[in-house]
Design a protein around this ligand. Structure first.
Ligand code: DGP
Length: 115
């Protein structure tokens, strides 16, 4: 059996996390290594390794994840000033955990282009 990712272990309650949102489809918790004053990870409970593995079956799920992001941006007062949503994918994308996750970053001005 393949080893569980760290995020699957958080979903299963084997590792604690600072959870800020939880529903039947997804979980959101603070990143352990924050890159902005607000840095939240939004993940599906379904095991999907990356954007590359998304299929048409996941269309509603991805929409749900984005609506949770909108809700969190409002909750943490990011909506007015703005924020960034990042989904690192694969080696060149800088992905280090093979479980789909959306970074919600806010509370400071972001740079462009990204590094
Ligand atoms: P990425 O590089 O896009 O795969 O981002 C993975 C993020 O996950 C990275 O910003 C650090 C975060 N992270 C890794 N392990 C843990 C953990 O055990 N708990 C929490 N809260 N975040 C983690």
């Amino acid at each position: 059996m393949p080893e569980k990712t760290i995020f699957k272990r958080i979903i299963d309650g084997e590792i604690s996390a600072d959870v800020v949102y939880d529903d039947e489809l997804c979980l959101a918790f603070r990143d352990i290594n924050p890159q902005a004053p607000t840095h939240i990870l939004v993940i599906p409970k379904k095991e999907i390794a990356s954007v590359n593995e998304l299929t048409a079956h996941d269309q509603a799920l991805v929409g749900h994840l984005y609506l949770v992001i909108v809700r969190l941006a409002d909750t943490y007062d990011l909506a007015a000033t703005g924020y960034r949503v990042v989904v690192n994918t694969g080696t060149h994308g800088g992905q280090t955990v093979d479980h789909l996750h959306f970074h919600l970053l806010g509370g400071r001005a972001m740079q462009w282009p990204p590094g």
